[in-house]
Design a protein around this ligand. Structure first.
Ligand SMILES: [Zn+2]
Length: 165
């Protein structure tokens, strides 16, 4: 394909040629915003010239369809609206996730003890704390699964507690 020349380098020559022959030096017209070339000749060119008013105006202001859709106000609006919907959904999910996190944190706050309890002296607290699991598993396992030596033994409520004789 022959090298394309942008019409803006010589608008007057292009205008003169079109006025005299109804044709342009090449079958493509360059976009005035980007570097795209658009095929434009014959009936299509005549229609375009009619839309622009004059050939000179067409050559000086012509934009390819990509640049044209970028500057069309309603085209932009449509693109934004299409883009907005899924974005809103993502935000809702994020908010829901944050709310779920808040519930977990605040409910945990209630179960956390803020007072220090001496489990050796406080029998009932010791029973509550040891009910589900051994409080000194290291001692228990090191001791061959016996509780000998554990300070909590007397009040421990753990099901696995036993003494080695
Ligand atoms: Zn363009």
């Amino acid at each position: 394909m022959a090298t394309l020349t942008h019409q803006r380098t010589n608008v007057s020559t292009w205008t003169k040629l079109y006025t005299e022959t109804g044709k342009l030096p090449q079958s493509k017209v360059g976009c005035n915003t980007c570097s795209n070339y658009t095929t434009l000749f014959g009936d299509n060119l005549i229609k375009r010239v009619a839309r622009f008013g004059t050939i000179k105006l067409l050559l000086e202001t012509f934009k390819c369809r990509f640049c044209l859709s970028d500057t069309k106000p309603d085209g932009v609006q449509r693109a934004v609206i299409v883009d907005r919907k899924p974005r809103k959904k993502r935000t809702d999910t994020k908010v829901a996730r944050e709310e779920a996190l808040m519930v977990t944190v605040s409910s945990m706050k209630h179960t956390y003890r803020t007072t220090t309890v001496d489990l050796v002296k406080n029998a009932s607290e010791c029973a509550v704390t040891t009910k589900g699991s051994c409080f000194h598993p290291n001692l228990y396992l090191d001791n061959g699964r016996f509780c000998n030596g554990c300070a909590l033994f007397d009040n421990c409520a753990c099901a696995i507690k036993k003494l080695k004789r």
